[in-house]
Ligand binder design. Structure first.
Ligand code: NAP
Ligand code: MG
Length: 497
């Protein structure tokens, strides 16, 4: 049992020195023009550190360093076994710095320390380990061919991979990109969100110390600008993005305007969680439904933000759901007792509160609806539940990315599937039923990259591909399929007679 207390983490914070510079070509550097932006903590709204605000000169320097490293084969030329050894050393170092990295993540993004120490930071180390362990065990193909030929099908690293990531799982989402990209032999330029750049910046030094050569892993923090510059860059070969659908659309355009770099998008969601009247365990389903939207303050791409409940069990289920939601009480995320932390910043706070105001005009408020702990100076919103009468209400349609749930009643299986699929998104979905036929049929009918049956958010290991249908994106993170994004497929045909 973890017996560290709020005082423990506050003492650690008092002793913490925070790095805010970019990491380019094996060293920390301020932005070339010296400009910075303020990195605030959502816990109390106070300044943590001034962070390098990278612009074109910095992005160009990072891409050039990545290109030099790639062309020199200092990384791509190592055997998979050698890359594995270095990546495993880096993962071990992340685990050795668990407290420091978790603290940085909690301070920067407002996530509960109980989650950053158990999910985010160990998850990033595990992701690295997983791809490190995989890379020396997979090979190419010898293709069937005419007798006079030998045909090889091999995979090669693409070159310079830019990773542009969001703020809700900063270190974890980043690792889902740089893990497979580096394992495959690419060089990486990582652009963290301006709302949560600190763990990425710290990671870069750990990578370098573990033996990742200079230029192979670079970090360019900044405010929006470097993401666009990377997407428009002529010398970036691949851009792996996690973020909003709107920015994803821009990134595809930037690729088209520049060098047709490969673009991989993990985007938003409005995932349906369907509870059938024959749900095998209503208590478990209610607890999972609350976790699906209130874990991580609802700042989850897979958030089960649309709860579809059969009309016959709706009243009973809502009672259980509201009881389960009361377990999520916004509090200081540095306190290990806290299960719900702060919203990432003031902008996101206002955005979520705006949606709640809209919800009040179009639906019935069942729980919450307010900003709390305002006196802390931080950004906290209580779990909020709306009963919506029409599935096309704004709060039931748009991604809010906060602790706001819309409950929608349905009468038939067909109607549930129709409502579930009537969304621009298709990231995840769930169905709760005791009927094997309904489980399979609904799972097949749902247009989503992940479908859970009688659970939600299961599968935290790396074995399942993760990504979206429709406007939730393309390509898949995690699993061996992720390597497809960071490799080119080559056919080599040799005439032997
Ligand atoms: P966002 O606003 O789209 O930002 C994502 C990243 O893109 C940030 O690093 C951002 O930098 C950068 N960016 C902003 N404008 C850009 C531009 N014009 N060109 C290139 N890059 C640009 O998303 P967010 O608010 O950080 O994250 C929330 C979104 O991410 C939600 O929609 C959520 O569903 C999605 N998400 C999806 C997944 C998934 O796996 N499918 C996982 C997590 C989150 P700045 O921070 O500097 O603006
Ligand atoms: Mg922050």
């Amino acid at each position: 049992m973890d017996n560290r207390t709020l005082a423990y983490w506050q003492d650690k914070f008092a002793a913490l020195s925070i790095e805010g510079r970019a990491f380019i070509d094996g060293e920390y550097r301020p932005a070339e023009g010296g400009q910075t932006f303020d990195c605030l903590s959502p816990i109390d709204g106070k300044l943590l550190v001034k962070v390098a605000d990278s612009r074109a000169a910095d992005v160009d320097a990072a891409v050039a360093a990545a290109r030099r490293a790639f062309d020199s084969h200092v990384w791509s030329g190592l055997s998979p076994r050698q890359r594995k050894a270095i990546l495993l050393r880096w993962a071990t170092s992340i685990r050795d710095h668990l407290d420091e990295l978790s603290l940085l993540e909690t301070l920067d993004a407002g996530k509960p320390i109980r989650d950053t120490t158990t999910v985010d930071v160990p998850g990033a180390a595990y992701c690295l380990e997983w791809f490190a362990e995989a890379i020396d065990k997979i090979g190419g193909e010898v293709a069937p061919s005419d007798h006079h030929l030998v045909g090889l099908v091999t995979r090669e690293p693409i070159g310079v991979v830019a990773a542009v990531v969001p703020w809700n799982f900063p270190i974890l989402m980043a690792s889902w990109k740089f893990g497979p990209a580096l394992a495959a032999g690419n060089s990486v330029v990582l652009k963290p969100s301006e709302k949560s750049p600190l763990t990425a910046i710290r990671l870069a030094q750990l990578a370098y110390e573990a033996g990742i050569p200079a230029g192979v892993f670079n970090v360019v923090p900044g405010s929006g600008e470097p993401g666009k510059l990377l997407a428009l860059h002529q010398d970036v070969d691949c851009l792996a993005f996690t973020g909003s659908t709107n920015v994803g659309k821009l990134i595809m355009q930037y690729a088209g305007q520049s060098n047709l770099k490969r673009v991989w998008l993990e985007l938003g969601g409005k995932s349906p969680n369907i509870v059938m009247p024959d749900c095998p365990d209503l208590d478990r389903a209610a607890s999972a439904a609350a976790g699906a939207i209130f874990y991580n303050m609802g700042e989850m791409c897979t958030a089960g933000s649309r709860l579809l409940v059969h009309r016959d069990i709706k009243a009973a289920f809502l009672d259980k759901l509201i009881a389960a939601a009361r377990n999520y009480i916004p509090g200081n995320p540095l306190d290990p007792q806290t299960s719900m932390g702060a919203i990432v910043d003031n902008v996101q706070l206002e955005r979520v509160l705006g949606y709640i105001e809209t919800g009040r005009t179009e639906a019935k408020l069942l729980l919450g609806g307010s900003r709390v702990k305002k006196e802390s100076g931080g950004f906290y919103i209580e779990p909020t539940i709306f009963d919506v009468t029409t599935a096309d209400a704004t709060v039931a349609r748009e991604e809010i990315f906060g602790p706001v749930l819309s409950v929608i009643a349905f009468d038939t299986v067909e109607e549930a599937v129709e409502i579930a699929n009537a969304s621009q998104y298709g990231l995840a979905a769930a169905v709760w039923t005791s009927n094997l036929t309904i489980a399979h049929e609904v799972a097949r009918s749902l247009r989503a990259g992940t479908v859970w049956v009688n659970c939600y958010d299961e599968g935290g290991d790396m074995n399942f591909p993760f990504g979206g249908y429709k406007q939730s994106g393309n390509g898949r993170d995690k699993s061996l399929h992720a390597l497809d994004k960071y490799t080119e497929l080559k056919s080599t045909l040799m005439r032997i007679r």
